[in-house]
Design a protein around this ligand. Structure first.
Ligand code: A3P
Length: 272
């Protein structure tokens, strides 16, 4: 929020670092950066600048809890601390570890249509590899192996929301996990942010004028404290077209997983 302090060596007077009150646990490519940046509009929110990867990376978890707390931003006493690491949602170990730290923590999970998420995941890896001068594959080559859908492809595995959610529900009651609709967040962010404010027991401070649609970017951007900013150019990239037969196979594979997921959480989405 506006009171949030950037990384600095000297703590501003009256601030300190705290373990998060809330964590955005994922999903990768669900809109996690947009959610964190939009939540950070709130004056009573202090958001961690980078992904911390404490609970999903063993080499970080092996460091102590003080290390984790040190990754958090300086915050004022009236602020809550929020971090986001999208890798937590699909990590088999993260739920138990987060529970061990704080069993009453409030978790935020932003999800979008899992088929779209697969394509977005592919696109991110594609551009990362291009930047690192590594060879790239067409999306169909990733999605299909020996003529059948390659269900072991990581991007598909990460879209099996029911599988991962079951693991979280072993450790946390559903009431502690608020699901943000990542598809809605793209074209109408305010209501989603207002629901998050209520879930976190924050006073309503985020308003319509905090968002403006940027025609060039094709996405909403943020107006806060007299500044206007859009997300990084890596957020909101065009997706490649996908062969329609392959796309149909992917959709039909995910359909049952989606139904399972709806049943788990007692809510449905318009996912294809
Ligand atoms: P695409 O780049 O595939 O469109 P994450 O931050 O979890 O990696 O999610 C990235 C996704 O956030 C983007 O995926 C984009 O669709 C979505 N998003 C939602 N709101 C956005 C916004 N206001 N600006 C840019 N991207 C946004």
């Amino acid at each position: 929020g506006n009171g949030t302090v950037g990384p600095s060596l000297v703590p501003p007077p009256g601030t300190s670092k705290h373990a998060p009150h809330s964590i955005i646990i994922g999903v990768r490519k669900g809109g996690t950066r947009a959610l964190l940046e939009m939540l950070d509009i709130h004056p009573e929110v202090a958001a961690a600048a980078t992904e911390v990867h404490f609970f999903d990376w063993d080499e970080n978890y092996a460091k102590d809890f003080e290390w984790y707390r040190d990754q958090m931003p300086y915050s004022y006493p009236n602020q809550i601390t929020v971090e986001k690491t999208p890798g937590y949602f699909t990590s088999p170990v993260a739920p138990a570890r987060i529970h061990a730290m704080n069993s009453s923590i409030r978790l935020l999970l932003i999800l979008r249509d899992p088929t779209e998420r697969v394509i977005s995941d592919y696109t991110q890896v594609y551009f990362n590899r291009l930047e690192n001068h590594k060879p790239v594959q067409a999306i169909e080559n990733m999605l299909v192996k020996n003529g059948a859908l390659n269900t072991r492809y990581k991007a598909i595995q990460r879209s099996l929301y029911d599988v991962h959610m079951r693991n979280w529900l072993q450790h946390f009651p559903l009431e502690q996990i608020h699901i943000v609709d990542g598809d809605t967040l793209i074209y109408d962010p305010l209501p989603e942010l207002q629901r998050v404010e209520r879930f976190l027991h924050l006073p309503p401070r985020i308003v319509a004028s905090n968002f403006y649609f940027n025609q060039t970017k094709g996405f909403y951007c943020i107006r806060s404290d007299g500044h206007e900013r859009c997300l990084h150019e890596s957020k909101g990239r065009p997706h490649p077209p996908v062969n329609s037969t392959v796309l149909r196979q992917l959709r039909s594979y995910l359909r049952q997983h989606n139904r399972n997921f709806y049943r788990l959480i007692g809510r449905t989405f318009n996912w294809q």
